[in-house]
Write a protein that binds this ligand. Structure first.
Ligand SMILES: [Zn+2]
Length: 123
């Protein structure tokens, strides 16, 4: 350990510094501060993690099974997850997939309508 007054190295356990004679505290001030046990307790999951997972599941379900409606649910769940402090990419992925799952069928419907329109005008 090191003397708190002169900073020189002294033997562990001694009461007085052998260099300057100052009383040595048992607590080591030069050592790193004691870790705070409760303060930075890392949570097992980020807040909103479940919602973010649900958001991505809904959006993927919207892309594959039930378009638009599940996509809207996925976007809402993703936004709620973000508002709860979720910082991961799952919520963003859920929102993006949800938007894609809504846009794709709309584009498909528009293409279908345009195709039918041109087909009807050609006849
Ligand atoms: Zn000293």
């Amino acid at each position: 350990m090191f003397c708190t007054k002169c900073g020189k190295e002294i033997t562990d356990g001694v009461k007085f510094c052998s260099h300057c004679g100052a009383e040595v505290n048992s607590a080591k001030p030069a050592a790193a501060p004691a870790p705070k046990p409760a303060a930075p307790a890392v949570p097992a999951q980020m807040p909103g993690h479940d919602l973010a997972v649900a958001s991505l599941c809904c959006s993927i379900g919207s892309l594959t099974v039930f378009p638009i409606v599940l996509g809207i649910v996925g976007i809402i769940l993703g936004c709620v997850a973000k508002s709860q402090g979720y910082k991961g990419s799952l919520a963003t992925a859920g929102i993006i997939c949800g938007i894609i799952s809504i846009i794709l069928p709309i584009i498909g419907i528009i293409c279908y309508l345009l195709f039918m329109f041109f087909l009807a005008s050609a006849l």
